[in-house]
Design a protein. Structure first.
Ligand code: GLN
Length: 458
């Protein structure tokens, strides 16, 4: 049934890059066989999911929504996707995303943007599903997939979840292996689940998480039973409300939903405490130095030799073309405008003359931001804030202004820089009928605290 729904919705949503109905059916058949044989079933037995097209899948195209990997078929499987198959899940297909996960609207995909299933009341204008995990958010929100994987470098699970009225959690950095996930900014990249509700996220995260010796930053810690421990009773818990997030000119609906969230957590027994996260305003500039710096380094591997696309200069000049010409032609044809912009920023901030002024400075800011959080967590157990400063915007409304697009990440990037678990849960609609999300940020390794508070809001 999900296979049919996916195929039917594809023209309207463009949520998938590749459909793999046979994989979903194979997994279902395997579960039936296991059940008949009396074998124990996995956590995700028979659940058909969407896989963000950033996770390498053996024998199935893995494009990162780029031309440079446009026809790349990996001979290996990412650790996280393998864990999901081992838990009994099946693959509906590979989900569209912003190219190399760079973006907040899905408009940087080389395969056409994803279209959100949501509309403003009384309008036909197509809305952005958020990004970069916009195929994931659109598919789960449209109910054509019960759940999907996402990745979050600076908000790419949380912001699309908020834009489409679903739940998504970015676990503590290191919980989910990065092995086999196309790298964007390695010190920030984290995989996580996107699903209809908090419980489904907890179940799926248990299947995705766990130590992996193939990822040098993988956490060597047991995976807790988050689902079995879910508890929306917050008596004895303290919830921090960061003053710095209440910015001038904040959307009135976002401010209202935040206040409602505070009231719900109080009802659940929590004590509300105002906190300071003093360096918040430097998080976004630091992120947009560190992430492009790491990206420019990670993307150096796409040289036309080892993976994917290889291009040569036009015919007349091709005679005698050297290695440099091939690199240039391949990368010019293979990378979209936003990816090229990030590579330029990244190589600039890492260049000899500017390294200290930008990159070193940004790393210092990153430390200050982490310290702000650690200080706050001396007093509070979990932090509540909006996921994004606005509801979804329309497709095309922001593309011409990359800075305005970057600003949409303002509430998402601090937790990324600090490597903290953070979740977005749906929290109501704005006056135009679009979903708004609330974000819960927890102590390192305390996904449970984040999930529990999310449950109290949901
Ligand atoms: N919007 C952010 C960016 O463009 C976040 C991306 C992400 O988390 N992958 O960098």
């Amino acid at each position: 049934a999900f296979n049919a729904a996916v195929a039917e919705a594809q023209p309207a949503l463009n949520a998938f890059i590749t459909l793999t109905p046979e994989k979903a059916l194979e997994a279902a058949a395997a579960v039936d066989a296991d059940r008949a044989a009396g074998k124990a079933l996995g956590k995700m037995a028979g659940v058909p999911i969407g896989m963000k097209d950033l996770f390498a899948t053996t024998g199935t195209k893995t494009t990162a929504a780029s031309n440079i990997l446009g026809t790349f078929v990996p001979p290996y499987e990412s650790t996280v996707s393998q864990k999901l198959w081992d838990a009994g899940a099946g693959m509906l297909g590979k989900l569209n995303l912003d190219q190399f996960a760079m973006g907040s609207s899905n408009e940087t995909s080389a395969f056409g943007n994803v279209i959100s299933p949501w509309r403003r009341e009384g309008s036909d204008a197509q809305m952005a599903p958020g990004g970069s995990s916009g195929g994931s958010s659109a598919a789960v929100s449209a109910r054509i997939a019960p759940a999907a994987t996402g990745t979050d470098t600076g908000g790419s699970i949380r912001q699309p979840a908020a834009f489409t009225g679903i739940s998504g959690i970015k676990p503590t950095y290191g919980r989910c292996s990065r092995w086999g996930i196309v790298a964007f900014a390695s010190s920030l990249d984290q995989a996580g689940p996107m699903a209809r509700d908090v419980r489904d996220c907890a179940i799926m995260l248990e299947a995705m998480a766990g130590f992996d010796p193939k990822d040098s930053t993988s956490l060597d810690m047991p995976v807790p039973e988050w689902e079995a421990s879910l508890n929306a009773d917050l008596r004895g818990k303290k919830v921090g409300i960061p003053r710095e997030y209440r910015m001038d000119g904040m959307d009135a609906d976002v401010a209202r939903v935040w206040d409602e969230g505070i009231a719900w957590l109080k009802d659940a027994g929590a004590e509300i405490v105002d906190i300071n996260l003093a360096h918040t305003k430097y998080a976004l500039p630091a992120y947009y130095i560190i992430a492009p710096a790491e990206a420019s380094s990670n993307l150096a591997r796409y040289d036309g030799v080892r993976y994917g696309l290889r291009d040569l200069p036009p015919k007349e000049s091709a005679r005698g073309a050297g290695l440099q010409d091939m690199y240039a032609a391949t990368r010019a044809a293979g990378f979209g405008a936003e990816v090229r912009r990030r590579i330029l920023i990244g190589t600039y901030v890492l260049s000899a003359g500017f390294y200290d002024a930008y990159y070193t400075q940004a790393q210092k800011v990153r430390t200050l931001i982490s310290r702000d959080f650690m200080d706050a967590f001396q007093t509070v157990d979990v932090i509540l804030a909006p996921t994004a400063p606005t509801a979804a915007f329309g497709l095309g409304e922001m593309v011409s202004d990359p800075l305005a697009m970057y600003l949409n990440d303002v509430f998402a990037v601090p937790a990324s820089l600090a490597g903290l678990p953070a979740m977005s849960v749906p929290a109501g609609l704005d006056r135009q009928g679009l979903p708004l999300g609330l974000q819960l940020i927890g102590r390192p390794f305390d996904e449970q605290g984040v999930l529990d508070a999310g449950l109290a809001i949901e």
